[in-house]
Design a protein around this ligand. Structure first.
Ligand code: HEM
Length: 492
């Protein structure tokens, strides 16, 4: 055995207790004391090591999406989209790629109930032959805001009040009263789908617009969508109270038990495509993360299927230490200029360096499964074995070279520096259409949830009126209904 390459693993467990350095422990129950009652000797290294390790067991939880469950499986291409992308993992029907997926709630802590009204994270790591591709999405296809500059403010408003540590509607409605672009997202959050039945019965979406590029260098904008083969199911208020009251980890348990029983969750992957040459021909901006792309004019094209057929072996290693990032793309896939996505590219690796340390990509769940090499090295907790003498580039002693080039979007930029909002806001049309597409009982539940939130005694008359005017602009009858429940006059 080469000692420097040996990795600790429970596969090499000794049949008896040892210290971390491998020395036998002949008593794991009693501290080393003078006499049977104490005091304890400082030389009881096993006790000190054990307690010191315990004292450091917890790492910072994710600042958002702290509560989650993960599982492993594979992605299989079912439809040829090689005309759109040169991505190796999408090269032909039948190609399979191993994946790990993490589902999550967004706002509350690591141990919070999984029945909260909250978006759900849907993050997929594809371990491709050309590096890891992370599709870090949510169950809703849109987002609250368009600019990463507002993200920390938004999260502060949604998180518990810093004084009471209770999530409070008046703070949420105050913040978003400044952001009518959030209306569309609220038609998901305050709809029945705001509390999914569990992680298996929910949609997923890449949310941001991405780019696919083919061998010839032709770029197209795409939206990614996951659809569960077992359908979307939700919990209404009464059910959510019962389910969450009985088991605050019901969705984690459902995922784990389903996979253990061989009932493997499956989703189909679809894309929608817009040719950037036509990006100005819509009444919305295709890079605007608050908009969906209408399926009647931009149909869902099938791409593949995702099957989760293996439970994780260890929650800490494959959930807490798992690190997804929209920055992780592979040749054939690229970002778009969506400002929100651009901020995300910075944020995830940055928080992970803090949360997990600078070598977080060496952790087995995060490391690529293909050969990889560069000269970023050392730092805290480095455990990569390296025996090269040349750790700089270029060098005449080392044959490592640049990879072959791959196409990236050819767009040419021209514009002045500015801090502004996008031109084509169109905040009210899609939320109104979505509300009108529902059956009356679903509309009523939506109204009831809004009336309840706006009835928080700390929501001011001004804020109530703003929300009534927003919803009236989306749909006149919706605004009227909310206003009449609140004894307000709709302004339009
Ligand atoms: C500029 C806007 C955003 C910022 C700055 C941001 C930031 C973050 C941060 C810091 C984390 C914690 C990551 C970690 O500790 O590993 C996170 C997690 C996550 N975010 Fe965002 N986020 C943004 C927008 C979004 C959007 C639009 C989506 C939906 C597509 C999204 C989906 C997720 C998911 C699914 C996770 C959990 C990943 C996991 O399971 O580990 N975020 N985000």
């Amino acid at each position: 055995m080469d000692p420097s390459k040996h990795r600790p693993s429970s596969a090499f467990n000794s049949p008896f207790f040892t210290t971390n350095s491998g020395a036998p422990v002949w008593n794991n129950n009693s501290s080393l004391t003078i006499g049977s009652r104490g005091p304890i000797l400082l030389e009881d290294y096993h006790l000190v090591e054990k307690i010191a390790n315990f004292d450091r067991e917890k790492i910072p939880e994710r600042v958002v999406h702290a509560r989650g469950a993960s599982a492993k499986g594979f992605f299989e291409v079912t439809h040829d989209i090689s005309n759109l992308t040169c991505a190796d993992f999408l090269r032909a029907p039948g190609v399979q790629t191993p994946v790990i997926v993490r589902f999550s709630t967004v706002i509350h802590e690591r141990g919070s109930p999984e029945t909260m009204r909250d978006p759900r994270g849907f993050a997929v790591k594809f371990y491709t032959r050309e590096g890891n591709f992370d599709l870090v999405g949510n169950n809703f296809p849109v987002f609250f805001i368009r600019d990463g500059m507002q993200f920390p403010e938004m999260v502060h408003a949604l998180k518990p009040n810093p004084k009471s540590h209770i999530q409070e509607d008046w703070r949420i409605l105050d913040f978003f009263s400044h952001h009518p672009e959030s209306l569309h997202m609220f038609t998901f959050l305050f709809d029945d789908v705001g509390v999914p039945q569990d992680y298996r019965h929910m949609d997923g979406s890449g949310v941001n617009t991405y780019t696919l590029i083919n061998k010839a260098g032709k770029a197209n904008y795409v939206k990614f969508h996951w659809r569960p083969t077992c359908g979307v199911k939700c919990l209404l208020e009464e059910e959510a109270i019962k389910v969450g009251g009985a088991n605050h980890s019901h969705a984690t348990q459902d995922l784990y038990d389903s996979i253990a029983a061989g009932n493997y969750p499956e989703w189909k992957l679809f894309i929608q495509v817009i040719d950037p040459d036509h990006e100005h021909s819509f009444d919305f901006d295709p890079l605007d993360v608050t908009k969906t792309w209408p399926e009647d004019i931009l149909p869902l094209l099938p791409v593949g299927r995702l099957v989760l057929n293996k439970n994780i072996d260890n929650f800490f290693n494959e959930n807490e230490q798992l690190a997804f990032s929209p920055a992780l793309i592979v040749p054939g896939v690229y970002y778009s200029d969506d400002k929100m996505l651009q901020s995300r590219i910075f944020s995830y690796p940055d928080t992970q360096r803090y949360r997990l340390g600078p070598n977080y990509l060496q952790l087995p769940a995060n490391a690529p499964k293909c050969a990889h090499h560069n000269n970023h090295h050392d730092g805290f907790m480095n455990f990569m074995h390296r025996d090269e003498e040349v750790n700089y580039f270029p060098s005449r002693y080392d044959s490592v070279r640049h990879a072959e080039t791959h196409p990236i979007p050819p767009a040419i930029f021209n514009g002045k520096r500015e801090r502004v909002i996008i031109d084509k806001e169109n905040n009210f049309k899609q939320p109104g259409e979505r509300y009108r597409s529902w059956a009356p009982d679903r509309q009523d539940r939506f109204v009831r949830r809004w009336v309840k939130a706006l009835s928080d005694p700390r929501v001011t008359h001004e804020i109530r009126s703003i929300w009534v005017s927003y919803w009236s602009e989306a749909d006149r009858s919706l605004g009227q209904k909310i206003a009449s429940h609140l004894n307000l006059k709709p302004s339009i």
